[in-house]
Structure formats: structure tokens, C-alpha cells
Design a protein around this ligand. Sequence first.
Ligand code: ATP
Ligand code: MG
Ligand code: MG
Length: 471
Amino acid sequence: MELDKMDENDWKYHGEGNKSLVVSHVQHPRVLRLLKYPAEDSENPPQTAEQAYRQIQNIVDFSSNVMSSLLGEKFIHSGEVVKLPLEFVRQLSIKVQHQRPAWRCDKVMDIYSGCALCLPNLTSPALHQPTHTPPLCIEIKPKCGFLPSPKHVSKDIKTKVCRYCMHQHYKVANGKWKRRSFYCPLDLFSGNRQRMHFAIRHLIEEPQNNFKVFKGGQCIYSSKEGSDESPDMNSLLHHLRPYFLHTNNRMNSHVTSKAVLNDFIQVLVNALLSSGGGDGGVVADRQAEGRGFCEASIFNKERIRHGSRGLPSDSVLFRILQTQMLDTLDIEGLFPLYRQVEQHLQDFPKERTRLQIEGPYNEAFLEKLQKCPAEDDGSVEYAVAKVHQYRVAMTAKDCSIMVALVPSSEEEEDNESLSSQRQLRDFRPPAFSCSASILDLDPKPFDSIPRQLRLDQKIVSCYLRTGGALP
Ligand code: ATP
Ligand code: MG
Ligand code: MG
């Protein structure tokens, strides 16, 4: 990319989250991820260009030095900070404005710093030689996949109903979404194929901001916030059909929609469970601890025909769950330690640097959180390590998985189908090369922790007030 010859016509709107807006290159498999600010700050940006550069460099460092070591390098693309011509950024912002969803326009794209994160476009993978059929990429934001330990929580309900399911009631009560989703992260992270299938079906039915499908780099399926309409499942099926016409080794154009959907979900479950190369073992699931089931999930436990096998230890879901579980104290158990650190920093402001509160996110930071004493010895080092662990877990609870399904070309298909047949016995999926990546690995600010506690309290009390009453 020649930074001095940037042309806004080479880039198009790709998507956005709460913190950043993403544009993709029209030819090369690349995206630019730009920061966003609250619209009321649009005239005077909340930080200088140097600070914006530092913020993005921190994101790169956190992803490449900390998250990549915890989640597995093979899943991570950390990208690099780029400095763009301001005129290009201004033109780009004008160009994409009309494509942005209205409900995201409470924030504006940063046009002052000229800084952006340049990443590979994970929705246009070039795993093999280009095929005639464009790749399908599925983005899943799985959220937290375990229940907190009863030791640290004040409300019993938190050990029975998972955070995502409780949050759903809160979001519907506050009008953020019209309908509740019946997706439950504990089903997705169970490692049990039936439960995972069930979870993905509910992600498809009510995608909210947890599920998107891209075809050839274009988003073809997603939710609109606050909208009454459900996303168009028929249109999704129409797109998926050509990929799933093989049944029993034969091309079959009369495959029912139900079969297309089932095959699609099956392929996704396989991709999420696959080891992506290594041969790690299956790890015992959390059933024994009683922390693997959410009482609000509408999955009927009696339907489980095969016992849960747990997640393979090198699968993308296992790595994410392990990292989420660095939150061992729950926000309630962590908060006193946060206060201890805060007090310490007030007394000794210079300690902020040594304790790496705002980074740098290097190996020493990783070591601080990995070498945390097993017991609280009252030291500030212990408190800081737990806060660092909690922040890393927050990032893992907020990241997305991008599963890329690249249809194999004709010649490859025979070999592929042989090996996948062996793996899957009676199920023969269309031949895809699958890969998984993890995206959105920003560090969560130290001072966002009090907000987390308040949100947790609001969600739990809302659930206790309305949860039982709603269907
Ligand atoms: P959130 O609100 O979830 O925290 P965010 O503001 O941090 O989101 P991202 O999730 O990183 O932003 O990016 C927004 C969207 O842009 C993603 O959901 C995804 O669809 C798309 N996107 C981000 N990075 C890439 C990439 N490398 N390749 C392709 N698409 C991407
Ligand atoms: Mg995101
Ligand atoms: Mg994010």
C-alpha cells in the first residue's frame, strides 16, 4: 500500500462496531480500521494525533504480545498502524457516511489523527487458488461461555443463569432489541455437537450483533438494531443453497431449505471444533463442576443423545474460553482489588508505569498476569495481576471469531472429501477448506472496571425483576 497515493475510490464501507469503523480495499484483501469518537466531540477530537497513534499501537501490541500468546498465534492477525493523508481520510469519511447504519451514527469517524490499523481482510481469504465460488465467512461474537464461581457472587442467580441470557432481558427491557435471542453461549462452548447446533440455529434466527455472514467479502446477513423486522432468512438460504447441494455424494437440486440450513450449521460446528492443524486432546468439560449449563437456555438437556465430550484443547473455542476464565473472581470479587490498585496509584502516582497500568503491552505485562500468586497476599502486585487478568478476560469475552469456508476446486475435492468422510462417518459436507481467526482484540481500559460493576448490578437486578416473568 503506497500511503502517499491513497485514493478513497479504492476503498469501500465494510462494517463497524462500537469503537471503530472498517473500510475494505476493492481489490486487495486488506481493511483499514479507523477509530470513532462520540458525535458531540466531532469538532474537537478527544485526543491528539500522537495519542491516537499510541492507542492504535497499544492495540497492535496487546494483540500480538498478550492475546496471541493466550489464544494461539495461528488465530491472530495483529496488523500494523498506518499514518494516512488527512485529505484521504476526510474524503473517505464523506464517502462512507451514507452507508453507515443510522443507529451507529451517535459516533463519528476520526478524521483528525490520520491514524488507522491496517489488517488482512478476514472476509476475503485467499487460502487456495481463487475458485469460481466465492468464500463464505461467518462472524460469531460468542460472548462469555461460563458461569462464575459461587464463591465471589452476591446473587445466587449469577451461578445459574449466564450473563448473556440475563443481558438479553436487560436489552429488551431497554428497547435496544425488540426480541430476545435464544442463543446461549454455554451451549456454543459446550463442545457437544447437539448443543452447539442449537446455539448456532438461534444465532441465525436472532443475529443481533453476534452473527454475520459474508459472501465474497460482502455482508449478506446481519441484524438491524431496534428494527422490528427479522433479518431475511430466505435470502440467506438462497445464498447458501449452491454451497450445500451435495447429499449422499450426489448433486441434488431438490435439497430442502431445512437440509441446507442443517448442513451449513454442521459445517460451522466442525470448523469451530477443528484443531486447525495440531492434534490436541479433548479436555474434560465443565459439566462436573456444574458450571456448563445455563438455566435460561431453552435447550432441553434430555435431548442429549451423546454425552458432552468437551472442547478439543486446540480449538478456537477452547482457547477463547480458557482466556475468558482468567476472570476467576467475577467483577464482584475483583472490584475491591481494583480499588486497592486505584488507592495505591493515588498514593504513588509513579507506580503507574512500573505496574504497566496503561501498557506497554509487552512480554513483561504478560508475565505479570501469568505469574500471579495463587493466594491474595495483600500485595499490590497480586491486585494488579488480578486486574490485568480480568481485563484480558474482558477482551476475550468481547472478541469475534471469523470462520472462513473456501469451497475446494474440483480436483481437490476428491482428496478433501475422503478425509472429511473418514472424520465424519455418515455426514459428508461439501468440500470446504475451513479456517478460524479471532478479531477485535482491543485492550479494555483500566478505568472501565467501575462501569462494569454498575452494569453487572443493573443487569442482575433487571433479571430478578423481570426475568422469571418473561417467557
Ligand atoms: P465492538 O463493538 O464489537 O467492540 P469494534 O468497534 O471493536 O467492535 P471490530 O469488531 O474490530 O470493531 O470491527 C467491526 C466490524 O468490522 C467487525 O464486526 C467485522 O465485521 C469487521 N472487521 C473488523 N476487522 C476485520 C478484518 N480484519 N477483516 C474483515 N472484517 C473485519
Ligand atoms: Mg467487534
Ligand atoms: Mg471491540
